[in-house]
Write a protein that binds this ligand. Structure first.
Ligand SMILES: C[S@@+](CC[C@H](N)C(=O)[O-])C[C@H]1O[C@@H](n2cnc3c(N)ncnc32)[C@H](O)[C@@H]1O
Length: 245
């Protein structure tokens, strides 16, 4: 191993984060607090119906309401697990398998508060982790100040750069990154043409032989096909498991 490469301790500790990375979601119309109240109210109503039905002797109704309450609690719990814990564990494994030397330039598309960006930065003692974002309400407390604060907390601020901008119009030179990563971002772009534009730009800024890693909830077959059209002929799609919802 060369002496700039991440140590096995760094790789092992990747999943233990010190920063505050917020909760993913769409908070543009209804705030996170409002959504939490709605989620709790639905659960409360389902439990109340189950109890009420049982007291009234309607056991079938009680069972149906109880099953719905449990399903709802599991759904919300698995969502929170993914956003607060799961995505860090999944990406820690993915990044550990990348075999980075430690001196690469890595771009994170839609870095938000830095969940993925700062894990990457931990693996780049002599490199650069660049994050670009428009800081939409797709994450609680989203903004460059929150990301900078997290970079300080993780001890990687010296190798992190933040850019405010749209990933469909990347303001970086051609072939200027060794790796491009992105997590839970592209599906937020509703227009398929704009998603394609983001992939086109990702490949434009990638040096020959570089790698692109995209984690997302949907459209992943579309990303693979476009990356292949753009010349990344070995682009593959794989599941990231239940920890990624
Ligand atoms: C759900 S958050 C995920 C953030 C981060 N990748 C993570 O895993 O924690 C989605 C992020 O994508 C950003 N985003 C959405 N559309 C974007 C666009 N067109 N250009 C740049 N950033 C965008 C949002 O501002 C938000 O920070």
């Amino acid at each position: 191993m060369d002496d700039t490469a991440p140590t096995s301790d760094t790789l092992r500790n990747l999943r233990h984060r010190r920063g505050d990375y917020g909760v993913d979601g769409d908070f543009a119309v209804v705030s996170a607090r409002g959504q939490a109240v709605i989620v709790a109210a639905i659960l409360f109503v389902l439990v109340a119906v189950a109890v009420g039905a049982a007291v009234a002797g309607s056991y079938a109704g009680a069972v149906v309401a109880a099953v719905l309450a449990v399903a709802w609690a599991l759904f919300v719990g698995s969502y929170l697990y993914t956003t607060l814990i799961g995505k860090f564990r999944v990406w820690a494994g993915v990044l550990a398998g990348l075999g980075l030397r430690g001196d690469e330039r890595v771009l994170d598309l839609g870095c938000g508060r830095g969940a993925l960006l700062l894990m990457v930065a931990a693996l780049l003692p002599r490199g650069r982790a660049v994050g670009i974002d428009v800081w939409r309400a797709d994450q609680t407390g989203n903004g460059p100040e929150a990301t900078r604060r997290n970079a300080e907390l993780e001890g990687v601020a010296d190798r992190v750069e933040l850019e405010t901008g749209d990933i469909t119009r990347l303001p970086f030179a051609d072939a200027s990154f060794d790796v491009v990563v992105s997590n839970l971002v592209l599906h937020n772009i509703s227009d398929a043409g704009a998603r394609r534009a983001a992939l086109d730009k990702a490949v434009r800024v990638l040096r020959p032989g570089g790698r692109v890693l995209i984690g997302d909830l949907m459209h992943t077959g579309e990303y693979r096909d476009r990356l292949r059209e753009l010349g990344l002929t070995d682009a593959r799609r794989r599941g990231l498991g239940p920890r990624m919802w």
